[in-house]
Design a protein around this ligand. Sequence first.
Ligand code: FES
Length: 128
Amino acid sequence: MAKACLYTNKALEYFKHPKHAGEIKNPDAVATAGNPRCGDVLKFFLKIKNNKIVDIRFKTYGCLAAIASSEALARMAKGKTLSQALKIKDSDIVKHLGGLPTIKFHCSVLGSTVLKKAIESYKKTKTK
Ligand code: FES
């Protein structure tokens, strides 16, 4: 008998075929963060026009949940204004994926942390 998978089909699909993996040349904002619990690292690249995220890419060196969460966040943030994107919570990412194994919730935190860091650094450069 086959074992039930801990991940949803959506999480598996995002992990296997992430549409936003990669880099943006000349991004308007970049940020990196690591997860101290496991050593995984995530980097987000943003292209911003008229206060909106018009493109977003990521490089994630991490587990299935971290990559699926990065893809989910990229899809959720693209097209949003900066203030709308700042409101995306870890729980929204988990909900978008249709759930994550409880022991993997911490993996979704990395994405929202890096996105906030990228937006804040962009705002600082614009106010100088
Ligand atoms: S185990 Fe490191 S982010 Fe998931």
